[in-house]
Ligand binder design. Sequence first.
Ligand code: ADP
Ligand code: MG
Length: 608
Amino acid sequence: MTTIKLLPDHLVNQIAAGEVVERPSSVVKELIENSLDADAGWIRVKLEQGGKRAIRVHDDGRGMARDELPVALQRHATSKIASLDDLEQVVTMGFRGEALPSIGSVARLDLASRRAGGDAHGWVVQVRRGEIGEPAPLPMQPGTRVDVRDLFYNVPARRKFLRTDRTEFNHIDLLLKRFALARFDVGFELEHDGKSVSVLAPVGSEEEEDLRVSRIMGQEFLDHAIRINEQRGGLGLHGWVAEPRYNRAQADRQFFFVNGRAVRDRLIAHAVRTAFQDVLFHGRHPAFVLFLQIPPGTVDVNVHPQKHEVRFRDGRSVHDFLFSSLHRELAGVGAGALRPNAGLGAGPAAGHETSLHAGSARGGAGGAYPHSGPFQAGMSLPVSEQLSAYGRLLGERPESASSAPGQPTDETSDIPPLGYALAQLHGVYVLSQNTKGLVITDMHAAHERITYERLKSRHAEDGIRGQRLLVPVAAQLSEAELDLAAGHRDELAALGLRFDRSGPESAVIREVPTLLAGADAARLFQDVLADLGSMGSSERVETQSNEILSTMACHGSIRANRQLTLAEMNALLREMERTERSGHCNHGRPTWVQLDMGMLDQLFLRGR
Ligand code: ADP
Ligand code: MG
């Protein structure tokens, strides 16, 4: 017979910990929230082994008196709400009174605190196996210091799910960035394995705000950022949005806050994406730090236990407000970004290049030429290259280029599947004639696919061959990006990328893949790092290397609007025939279409 029993406290706490404490970053999040609730002006976080071994969060906030310590460690103990009415208006970060007991049930916890204006020293309480010890005196400054060691030491099943130190650290690093953006008035310091990662002093002026944003988002973001400040119908939106020509391969520079709380919400994401839709090239992601201010009563922030989601009472008007505010700002710069002097190569055909780009970008068809836009501006290829040179551009096999057939002399010889080139249309499409009729090829998409397939096969063989740059290229990177690069040196070398650190926020790129010799090396490097960063562990880098290669291929591809000779066009067509999956570009769009004679006849109502 089973009997119904009350669960012992320790077990209840462990169960609650299952919800509250998922990994080291969730511990840090709870502790920082507590520090913020205690009005801390400085919060210092020290980690060992990605927080798995040790986490210390130290603040200079209001602190707790001796007798408050054991209470704070009990379940449902909170100083923040007393009634259900309070729940409606909570302005503090946490209020469930679960964090400290939960953490104490799955790690060794020391809670040390000294109340400002209280005793001349502090008190420390230890929690071991869920047992709360007696407060002991401890010399310390006013504030609170929480030490959490050996997370999940007593829950092997959960310990198993912790990832590498690097991955766990990255989660915490991102979390700190969110807090640092949400609370400019608070200083943050992060230390990992004895090494200082970042020190952000409290912000007192607008310039200092910019400085903090650049420390977190990178100087390049700030250089391209537009300041937003909109107020309408009780709603406010302010922050920084990068003009569309600063964009990312991953959605890794997007921070959105609702009433100061970091939020990832579908409605918001949709509004932002829609606002960027016609100014950003397909497959690229915008970068922003945005703060939405909304009356507290019209938003429920407690939908999700991790509190990343929100529920708006009037979602429609929030969506409209976000969309229209951003859209208006972006419309202003969108056109500017497409001016030749704003980054596009201003060659002899610049006038018509520009109008073509502008047309495609504004007409809502921007997705059609995802990477032909300003971000490839660094690529320059002489306008009329000979076949051999074009062959080199396509790969490292000059022999394949020289053997590529030109226009056949004998009309009856076998016509290849994609036919022979007739002309180039507006620098975008190659027109060719095959046995069935007319073939139209999107030369950029086709080249991208070819480059991608080549990178894949090289990578699978013995790594992608790099080419030493005659003039190394300097790249501006954030510290986090540099650490990431340093941690993935071998993977990057296998991708044909070699670099040296040249300063706290800069690197010089010494080698790029031979296949991508013409690409903008700094952009290429940054985009690859963004991919790496989003993958975290090395195993994922291994299994998702195709994603990186696809990103790289975008950089190596001929941009639209480059004039090709007939021989070059034919070389491209032959190369497509040799390439697997060349019917679609990496983004799934077709690279060529066939208009057979029957279809053409129909167009002209011509009976056959
Ligand atoms: P909650 O934050 O939901 O109230 P916690 O378990 O996180 O629950 O904390 C319990 C209580 O301990 C808090 O309500 C607060 O009174 C006190 N406390 C926790 N951390 C701090 C801190 N860093 N400074 C001052 N008081 C704190
Ligand atoms: Mg709390």
